[in-house]
Design a binder for this molecule. Structure first.
Ligand code: CA
Length: 228
């Protein structure tokens, strides 16, 4: 859920912000001071809305501290109209944007929504490849699972690693040593027979007819080739 940490010491403004964010579908974590904000901050926070003038630690220091904790969260500063220099300082300390008081709920929500889209897009780009599709097979690298026609295959870790290697090299003849090195590591070189044993087991699990394999084909005198 889209989560915003709101740090504002003036209760009336904080309540106003919290009500509007909640109404717009955000989950809100409230804090009345920078110290409280740091205490309540956790990895669920996507964005922070920070007042600059706070008792105790000020908003700019809080901004810098949060930025050190999370590179990809969004930070918007709340500032008074007279705080031109502070706005510039805030951007220098890692804030993404600022909103000047007094502000309308629609302006605030529009800024937060826009920033959230940037944060979400940046996070998505950082995600490693999670799924490899190969014909009717789908491998999920995060869950370490493979499905065939949406049915989960019951695989050992070695079988999973072999399929991962095959899916990354479709229609390419792979020799036993290459498969062995990739799945088992260099220590197993010389034990090419275990590749054959595991291919036989994999065929039983994934081929419609294991005696006439359509996916893991034998390349005589060489090794195996994956075809989706
Ligand atoms: Ca304040």
């Amino acid at each position: 859920m889209k989560t915003v940490l709101v740090c504002e010491d003036e209760v009336a403004i904080r309540d106003f912000v919290v009500i509007n964010l909640t109404y717009a579908g955000f989950r809100v974590i409230e804090a009345g001071s920078a110290e409280e904000a740091l205490e309540r901050f956790d990895s669920s926070v996507d964005m922070a809305l920070l007042d600059i003038m706070l008792p105790g630690m000020d908003g700019l220091t809080l901004c810098r501290t949060l930025r050190e904790k999370s590179e990809d969260m969004g930070i918007i500063m709340l500032s008074a109209r007279t705080q031109e220099q502070e706005k510039i300082d805030a951007l220098r300390m890692g804030a993404d944007d600022y909103v000047t008081k007094p502000f309308s709920p629609s302006e605030l929500i529009a800024r937060i929504e826009a920033l959230y889209r940037r944060v979400a897009a940046a996070r998505e780009q950082k995600q490693p490849v999670e799924e490899i599709c190969s014909g009717s097979f789908v491998l999920n690298a995060r869950m370490r699972t493979v499905t065939k026609n949406d049915r989960l295959l019951d695989l050992t870790q070695v079988e999973y690693q072999m399929l991962y290697f095959f899916f990354q090299n479709p229609d390419r003849p792979l020799d036993r040593t290459e498969i062995l090195r990739h799945v088992w590591g260099d220590a197993y070189i010389g034990a090419e027979k275990i590749v054959d044993v595991n291919v036989r087991r994999l065929r039983i699990k994934i081929e419609d007819d294991p005696s006439a394999p359509a996916h893991i084909r034998t390349v005589w005198g060489h090794g195996y080739q994956w075809s989706a």
